[in-house]
Design a protein around this ligand. Structure first.
Ligand code: GLN
Length: 508
C-alpha cells in the first residue's frame, strides 16, 4: 500500500477525487506520522486531531453525496501559529499569547475551511516571526528533519519541517523578510512569498505590516501554486489587498517552459560581499549548476546589478523593528493573553501590570526589536532612521524596476549557507540577521519570491535553495520558471530531492 503521507497534495487530491482513498484515511495517516516523528521534530505547537478528522469525514460524506468540491478538498494542511484560527490556540510562539483562542478566522483560514482542507494544527515559529532559526520560539526549537542537530530556518521553521518530514503536504507560512523562503531552502522544500497584497493579511498577527505576506510551503511547485490560488485574491477586509485578477499561478506551474525566458543573476548575491563572509561554496556550486540547467533548456542568462542592495539589510532592520514595536504595543495584558502582576505591589497601576506582563511575556529577541524600533521612531530620530530606511526602499524598488526591464525573472541563492547547528548563532543576533541578505530585498520592494530546492551542498549534505524573483503581480513567472527547473533537476536526480533525505524513523 502506498504511504499516503509521501504523496504530493496534487496526487492526493487526484486520488480523493477518484475516490480511491478517503480524506479520513489521508488525515489519519498524517496524524499518525505526526505522532511518530513530531516528538523529535517539534514542528507543531498544537495538533487538532479531532477537528481535522471531523472536517475529513464531512468532506468524504459530501463527496459521496456527489457534491462539487474544491480541487484540494480533503487534503490536510498545517498552519503557522501566527494565523488566526477560530477556536484553536494561536500563540505566535510567544508566552504572551499562551492560552489565547481567537474568536475569528483569518481570511486565509476561512478560505481553507471553505475549500474543505482539514487543519492538522498550528506550526512552531520564532516568537512573533522574529528570527531565522525557530530557536526564538518560547516553546522550544524545531529541528531540521535532514539533521536533527540543525535548525530548520525561521521564522517559519515549523511549517517547513512539517512538510519536509511528511507530517503535511501543505503548510502555510508568513514571510516578512524571508520566513517562508529561507526555511524552505534549509529544509529542501518549496516556499513562496507572494506579491505584497496578493494574499490577504486580515487575521495574521502583524509583525511589520508593510512587509508581511502569507504564502505556501510545499514539496512541489505545483502544490505551492494550488495553495497559492486557494489563499490569494482580493479581500475587502485588507486595505492593502490588490483589487485585480490574481496571477494564474497554477497554469504557469503546468506550463514549465523556460525557452527564451530572460533570467538575471543578481551580481550582488552571486557569491560574495554584502557583509556576509562569503556564500558557502556548496551553495554556490548548486546554484550555478541549476542556472546552467536553465540555460541548457533555452533560457537566456545574464548578470544584473542592483546597486542599492548593499543598504537593504540595514534598511530592513530599521523598518521591521519600527513597525513591530508599534504593532506589538497591543499586547498590553489588558486585551489579550497573559497578565503577570508585578511582584510586591499591592495595588499596581495599569502601567505596572503592563510592564511586568510584557517583561514576563516577551522573549529577548522581541524585546531587542521593540527597543530598536521605539528608538528609531522617537521624535528627533524618525527622519534620520525610519525616513532614511524608507528612501532606501524606494531606491531598491527602482533598481528592481530597471532590472526587470532587462530580464523576466531574477535568481540568487536563497540563503548564503545551509542549516547551521542549533545554538550556533543565538548569542550573535547580527550574524543571524546577515542570513536574510538575499530574501529581505523582495519584502522591501513588495515583489514575489520563490525558493526551490536545487540539491545538497557537498560539504555537509544539506539542502540548498535557489530563489526566483519577479516583478509585482507577476507571481506566475516564478511558478513557470521554478516548475521548469524542478523538472530538469528531477530528471537529473531520478526523483524528488526529498527522496534523498535520511529516513526519519531510522536516522538519528
Ligand atoms: N529572519 C527575518 C527576521 O528575523 C525574517 C522574519 C520573517 O520573515 N518573519 O526578521
Amino acid at each position: 500500500m502506498t504511504d499516503l503521507t509521501r504523496l504530493s497534495a496534487a496526487e492526493l487530491a487526484a486520488r480523493l477525487t477518484r475516490k480511491e482513498v478517503s480524506s479520513v484515511e489521508a488525515t489519519q495517516a498524517q496524524l499518525d506520522r505526526i505522532a511518530a516523528v513530531d516528538g523529535d521534530i517539534h514542528a507543531f505547537l498544537h495538533v487538532d486531531a479531532e477537528g481535522a478528522l471531523a472536517t475529513a469525514a464531512d468532506i468524504d460524506a459530501r463527496r459521496a453525496a456527489g457534491e462539487g468540491l474544491h480541487g484540494l478538498a480533503g487534503v490536510p494542511i498545517a498552519v503557522k501559529d501566527i494565523v488566526a484560527t477560530k477556536g484553536m490556540p494561536t500563540t505566535c510562539g510567544s508566552r504572551i499569547l499562551d492560552g489565547w483562542i481567537p474568536p475569528y478566522d483569518a481570511t486565509i483560514t476561512q478560505r481553507i475551511k471553505a475549500a474543505g482542507l482539514p487543519i492538522l494544527g498550528k506550526t512552531n515559529m520564532d516568537e512573533f516571526a522574529m528570527g531565522s532559526s525557530t530557536e526564538h520560539s518560547a516553546y522550544g526549537p524545531t529541528r531540521n528533519p535532514w539533521d536533527r542537530t540543525r535548525i530548520p530556518g525561521g521564522s517559519g521553521g515549523g511549517s517547513a519541517a512539517a512538510v519536509a518530514a511528511y507530517e503535511a503536504a501543505l503548510a502555510i507560512g508568513t514571510d516578512t523578510g524571508g520566513s517562508i523562503r529561507q526555511p524552505g531552502a534549509l529544509t529542501g522544500t518549496v516556499g513562496v512569498k507572494p506579491t505584497y497584497g496578493g494574499v490577504s493579511r486580515y487575521g495574521l498577527v502583524a509583525l511589520a505590516s508593510s512587509l508581511d505576506q502569507a504564502g505556501p510551503v510545499t514539496r512541489t511547485v505545483l502544490d505551492a501554486a494550488l495553495l497559492h490560488e486557494l489563499m490569494g485574491g482580493h479581500d475587502p477586509m485588507d486595505s492593502t489587498s490588490i483589487d485585480a485578477p490574481a496571477p494564474l499561478v497554477v497554469s504557469a506551474a503546468r506550463r514549465a517552459d523556460v525557452k527564451g525566458l530572460r533570467i538575471g543573476i543578481v551580481s550582488e548575491l552571486n557569491g560574495g560581499g554584502m557583509g556576509v563572509e562569503g556564500f558557502q561554496p556548496g551553495v554556490m556550486s548548486r546554484f550555478h549548476e541549476a542556472v546552467e540547467l536553465l540555460t541548457s533548456a533555452g533560457a537566456e542568462v545574464v548578470e544584473v546589478s542592483l546597486p542599492s542592495l548593499e543598504y537593504a539589510l540595514a534598511a530592513y532592520y530599521l523598518v521591521m523593528p519600527s513597525e513591530a514595536s508599534s504593532n506589538l504595543a497591543r499586547f498590553d495584558a489588558m486585551r489579550y493573553g497573559v497578565r503577570v502582576p508585578p511582584a510586591g505591589a499591592d495595588d499596581p497601576s495599569a502601567e505596572q501590570v503592563m510592564a511586568s506582563s510584557r517583561d514576563a511575556g516577551f522573549g529577548d529577541e522581541v524585546k531587542r526589536r521593540i527597543i530598536v524600533g521605539t528608538y528609531a521612531l522617537s521624535s528627533g530620530y524618525y527622519e534620520a532612521y525610519y525616513g532614511s530606511a524608507q528612501k532606501v526602499r524606494t531606491l531598491l524598488a527602482r533598481d528592481f524596476a530597471s532590472a526587470f526591464e532587462q530580464v523576466d525573472v531574477l535568481v540568487s541563492p536563497t540563503s548564503p549557507t545551509t542549516a547551521w547547528t542549533l545554538g550556533d548563532k543565538l548569542d550573535d543576533p547580527l550574524s543571524m540577521y546577515l542570513q536574510d541578505v538575499a530574501t529581505i530585498p523582495a519584502n522591501l520592494a513588495g515583489i514575489p519570491g520563490l525558493s526551490l530546492p536545487v540539491g545538497l551542498a557537498e560539504e555537509d549534505g544539506l539542502p540548498v535553495g535557489l530563489q526566483f524573483l519577479a516583478p509585482q503581480k507577476a507571481d506566475d513567472r516564478l511558478y513557470n520558471a521554478a516548475a521548469a527547473l524542478e523538472k530538469l533537476l528531477e530528471d537529473k536526480w531520478g526523483g524528488p530531492m526529498l527522496a534523498q533525505a535520511p529516513d526519519l524513523e531510522v536516522a538519528r
